[in-house]
Write a protein that binds this ligand. Structure first.
Ligand code: SF4
Ligand code: SF4
Ligand code: FES
Length: 520
């Protein structure tokens, strides 16, 4: 825990963390110092001068807050006339050549320039000479579209490519009113984190070709979630909107800061994986390929379970811990073999030394923690000995060739509980649609043994059942959320201290607990 210091803001004493600059220290107690070029992940560049404040200790009348460390007893002035004047002047300077196209700008509603104009200025333009025109709708590569006229030359995007991805595609060329951001000739943005420049850009100069003109940001609801694109488990907001008479639709994922997981960023593939939550979903239950009610299909499953001599159950490595314990309890009750076979979710060599992992599953560590066998041999032997396979959303086709799988399952009846309509549901005798991770509450453990809980973000017109509910209807004894959580508390001692909704937002690091041996 960082040390606390006391300082004065406009004569009022506040307690802040030491070791931070004034923007972050004072910002943490709810007092915003306007700034454009500073970002905590990129450090202080000091180029925009929006953050000028006064310090009453004999130093020059104005200092940049981004470059000034908070100190004990410091007297910071934010509301003096000369500070207001400088904010007004810097803002006017930024807006001299700005196109003021807020009505058609994707950033409207989330734009720092717009916010500061509304809070600090609201003055009419005094310009009588024609504005400088620059490039519009420029394809910067990586799904990023750039508008040079909206750019305030804060340099965040340039520094991101230099300091975070080390790819250096962007630079600021020319000087004065001819200065503009551009990529080096023939080298557009091509790194796997490029879309982070859209979040970093404090104005609407960097937009995402995927999100452009799809939604006004003030119509969307924002819910916290965990990306399930790989085992990193980056923290995200799920921005979604349920228009009248329509179903809830996700429009974008954006990263949420979590120091011990993803910092401020996320990868582009994970960011765009929101589309999988909207598209290709299995929406109807099927019996022998024909649409039937879920009740009918469940009744047919129950009969097959009663009839089967031996059953094999396979779980997805994307299932939550709650789903895993519920299905494990079902398998024990039915005397079934339980497998987490999912080697196809591992893309060897695809990960990097930053966020992206080889393992494209969100909770393989959960399978390991629960002692569920994930071997190919174990799965194949269990299938050969069984007459019924119940598949809890494991996309087996990723792990085995279509022809091999068909051969292996030739004599086996298949029940597929699936979020998506895929080859596995096509092969199934009984298929039941289930909720995907944006539609239920659950817990996962990431590749660094950090346990994270996420909530239900999306409510559909007709909500699909969580895997836990279906497992209970098939006979799992863990019938309630409380029973499932208490079962997890038996296994993960670190959970013993918490109520489910009190698990810290930054996650629980299991490395310090007895579950330290969990490896993905
Ligand atoms: S494009 Fe955005 S982030 Fe990049 S320099 Fe311009 S305003 Fe800053
Ligand atoms: S690194 Fe993994 S968890 Fe993070 S955004 Fe990318 S796919 Fe999602
Ligand atoms: S934020 Fe301090 S100069 Fe830009």
């Amino acid at each position: 825990m960082a040390d606390k210091i006391k300082l004065f803001v406009n004569g009022v004493e506040v307690e802040v963390e030491s070791g931070k600059n004034l923007i972050d220290a004072i910002g943490a107690v709810g007092i915003e110092i306007p700034h454009l070029c500073y970002h905590p992940a990129l450090g202080a560049d000091g180029n925009c001068r929006m953050c000028l404040v006064g310090i009453e200790d004999g130093r020059p009348p104005l200092v940049p807050a981004c470059k000034t460390p908070a100190q004990e007893g410091m007297k910071v002035l934010l509301d003096a006339e000369h500070i207001k004047k400088i904010q007004h002047d810097v803002l006017e300077f930024e807006l001299i050549n700005h196109p003021i196209d807020c009505p058609v700008c994707d950033q409207a509603g989330e734009c720092k320039l717009q916010d500061y104009y509304m809070s600090y200025d609201q003055a009419d333009s005094r310009m009588t000479v024609p504005q400088v025109t620059k490039g519009k709708k420029m394809d910067f590569g990586g799904g990023v579209v750039h508008d040079q006229e909206r750019c305030v030359l804060c340099g965040r995007c340039v520094r991101f490519c230099r300091e975070i991805t080390n790819t250096g595609e962007l630079g600021i060329i020319n000087r004065t009113d001819a200065a503009r951001v551009n990529f080096f000739p023939g080298r557009p943005l091509s790194n796997r984190y490029a879309l982070n420049v859209v979040d970093l850009c404090p104005v609407g100069a960097m937009t995402s070709s995927d999100f452009r003109f799809k939604q006004r940001v003030w119509f969307m609801k924002k819910a916290l979630g965990i990306c399930h694109g790989c085992s990193k488990g980056c923290n995200i907001t799920i921005d979604h909107n349920r228009e009248k008479y329509k179903d809830d639709v996700i429009y974008r994922y954006r990263p949420v800061f979590n120091e011990q997981v993803n910092g401020y960023f996320m990868c582009d593939e994970g960011r765009l994986s929101y589309k999988n939550e909207n598209e290709g979903r299995l929406l109807e239950a099927r019996l022998s390929g024909k649409g039937r009610s879920i009740k009918d299909v469940l009744a047919a499953c129950t009969k097959e379970i009663e009839r089967a001599d031996k059953i094999v159950i396979v779980l997805s490595p994307n299932c939550s811990l709650e789903q895993m314990v519920t299905v494990k309890a079902l398998s024990e009750k039915l005397g079934a073999s339980l497998s987490g076979y999912s080697e196809g979710y591992l893309k060897k060599g695809d990960g990097d030394d930053y966020l992206i992992q080889d393992d494209k599953a969100a909770n393989r560590a959960g399978l390991v923690l629960l002692g569920i066998d994930c071997s190919k041999d174990g799965f194949e032997t269990a299938v050969q000995e069984s007459s019924l396979l119940i598949n809890f959303n494991n996309d087996l086709i990723l792990s085995s060739k279509d022809s091999d799988l068909k051969k292996l399952l030739k004599e086996t009846k298949i029940v597929a509980l699936a979020t998506h309509d895929n080859q596995c549901t096509g092969m199934a005798d009984m298929a039941i649609p289930v909720a995907s991770y944006s539609e239920y509450t659950g817990t996962v453990i990431n590749c660094d043994n950090i346990l994270q809980r996420f909530g239900k973000a999306i409510t559909k017109n007709e909500d699909l059942a969580d895997i836990c509910e279906i497992a209970c209807q098939l006979g799992s004894p863990l019938q309630s959320d409380e029973q499932r959580f208490s079962e997890l508390q038996q296994i993960i001692s670190a959970l013993g201290e918490f109520e489910p909704d009190k698990i810290p937002a930054e996650g629980l690091n299991l490395n310090d607990s007895e579950a330290a041996n969990v490896t993905a």
